[in-house]
Design a protein around this ligand. Structure first.
Ligand code: ADE
Ligand code: ZN
Length: 345
């Protein structure tokens, strides 16, 4: 019997919201710990995976930052980027935009050169070997000060030509986007694209701030906007891209079940939504798992699935000519599948 998920698995798509630190599978995490002479609290990958049960975003972030401690040398940053991009390539991801938060490492005395050179070398190699297009999104942590975010921006300027954009992640409630207005303005003045986590655990007003105050290019998550119909209309009118991560929202108790996730309602409201994995190793789901599980839980149509993929490509930070090429490939893929599914006479 044909694989019912093959259409999703082989469909060209972009992944725009994925944290490299959240992509380290338990086996690799323990391997990196051993390489760096660390003794983690867990002895086996199974034991480590057993800890992946989270009450909320902060409970997850506590473990995620602990996991970051295994990354110490340039080679470690290379290896995690390489592993994710191989996996993404096999999931038909043609463009990946990868968040990384250097502050977790520089605060421990790890040189910014090790972080940036490791990730960027793996991106170059993956493009050469697999043809996958990838870009780095440097992310500031919102539980720290705006001054530290600005220091981070300065620290990565030697790699400016190789940075796809800047973002903001971490503990959301109590740290609204407006607290980082100067950071985002400075990013824009320096010619960078910007994206901000908003409306994951935080309220719709944080999404509004992101849309109104910051002139952002994308919003990460944004699901809380659904409680404010006026805001939904504004975001739909502007076609502001929202990078939604349903399995992440399920695992962090943002929604009680996938069937209760607002993804389908967001599509039906005309919002520009894409599908993403956020932290796939911790949330037991890469981008195709998100597509497949949401299709089943929310009865998404093939057209809605293709819309999610098209939005991921058009919302990427690639130049418009490259976006057009990727969209043409997606359209050809869909037309080809429709042709082979049509009855013959
Ligand atoms: N960093 C990694 N995953 C995150 C999430 N789900 N929300 C905010 N910051 C993050
Ligand atoms: Zn995220």
């Amino acid at each position: 019997m044909a694989d019912p998920d093959a259409f999703i698995r082989c469909m060209p798509k972009a992944e725009l919201h994925m944290h490299l630190e959240g992509s380290i599978e338990a086996e690799l995490l323990l391997e990196l710990a051993a390489r760096n002479g660390l003794r983690p609290r867990w002895e086996t990958p199974e034991a480590l995976r057993g800890a992946y049960r989270f009450r909320n975003l902060q409970a997850f972030l506590d473990l995620y930052y602990e996991g970051c401690r295994v990354l110490m040398q340039e080679r470690d940053f290379y290896d995690i980027t390489h592993a994710y991009l191989r996996r993404a390539h096999s999931d038909a991801v043609v463009r990946a935009e990868l968040f990384l938060g250097p502050q977790s490492f520089t605060e421990r005395g790890i040189a910014i050169e090790a972080v940036m050179d490791g990730v960027l070398a793996a991106i170059r190699d993956a493009t050469r070997n697999d043809g996958i297009s990838a870009g780095l999104l440097v992310s500031a942590q919102r539980h720290r000060s705006e001054a530290e975010a600005l220091q981070l921006l300065d620290a990565v300027m030697p790699w400016a030509e190789q940075i796809a954009g800047f973002g903001l992640g971490g503990a959301e409630v109590g740290n609204p986007p407006s607290r980082f207005a100067r950071y985002f303005r400075t990013c824009r003045e320096r010619g960078f694209r910007i994206t901000v986590h908003a409306g994951e655990e935080g309220p719709a007003s944080y999404v509004r701030e992101a849309a109104d105050l910051l002139q952002i290019d994308r919003i990460d998550h944004g699901v809380a906007c659904m409680s404010d119909p006026t805001l939904v209309r504004l975001l739909a009118e502007r076609q502001t891209p929202l990078t939604v991560c349903p399995l992440s929202n399920l695992r962090l108790n943002v929604v009680p079940s996938l069937a209760a996730h607002p993804l389908r309602a967001m599509l039906e409201a005309g919002l520009n939504v894409s599908m993403n994995s956020d932290d796939p190793a911790y949330f037991a789901g890469y981008v195709n798992d998100n597509f497949i599980e949401c299709r089943d839980a929310l009865a998404l149509s093939d057209d809605q699935i293709v819309t999610l993929a098209r939005n991921s490509l058009t919302a990427s930070f690639l130049p418009s000519a490259e976006i057009a090429n990727h969209v043409a490939r997606l359209d050809a893929y869909v037309a080809d599948r429709r042709l082979s599914a049509a009855p013959r006479n």
